[in-house]
Design a protein around this ligand. Structure first.
Ligand code: ZN
Length: 163
């Protein structure tokens, strides 16, 4: 799923117990795999995996930089949305940061895997692939995007009902 979807779900979980950001981080991390189990359409960063090796050449690769810009925009948007929704004091700010970080972490571990292809990144990649739904939904775009939007929305509604 997009980093924004993972961030919203992670931050919602972490803010259920904002006094325990460590626990929030761990549960948000776990939520990433649960969310990836739902069939969804990801934006296409597949070719990035071929473009980031060797890592130090990324800055000279325009195609890779385009995709990294997309990921950076997704990251920034997700962070901003979560801060606006969840953070209103120091405690909720830290909890939101922990939730966003935990929620997004597995996708950054994927980046490490594609860049270095050795332990421990290979382990995390296998773990991620195990949970990620095999249907990439390239031919079911509407449903694929809908699940990206509706799932975090449902979690948000649940969050505000519980809070
Ligand atoms: Zn993922």
């Amino acid at each position: 799923m997009t980093l924004t979807s993972h961030a919203i779900v992670g931050a919602a979980i972490a803010n259920l117990a904002p006094d325990h950001p460590g626990l929030g981080f761990a549960l948000a991390w776990a939520s990433h795999y649960a969310l990836d189990m739902v069939p969804h359409l990801d934006y296409d960063v597949d070719s990035l995996t071929n473009d980031i090796r060797p890592v130090h050449r990324i800055l000279w690769n325009r195609r890779a930089m385009g995709k990294i810009s997309l990921i950076a925009a997704d990251f920034a948007f997700g962070m901003l949305v979560c801060m606006v929704i969840f953070a209103y004091d120091r405690t909720t700010f830290v909890a939101t940061l922990a939730g966003v970080a935990g929620g997004m972490l597995p996708d950054f571990l994927q980046f490490c895997y594609h860049a270095w292809k050795k332990f421990p990144w290979t382990f995390f990649q296998k773990f991620h692939d195990f949970f990620h739904h095999p249907d990439k939904m390239k031919d079911k775009r509407v449903r694929g995007v809908a699940s990206q939007i509706l799932l975090p929305l449902a979690v948000l509604v649940g969050y505000f009902l519980v809070k």
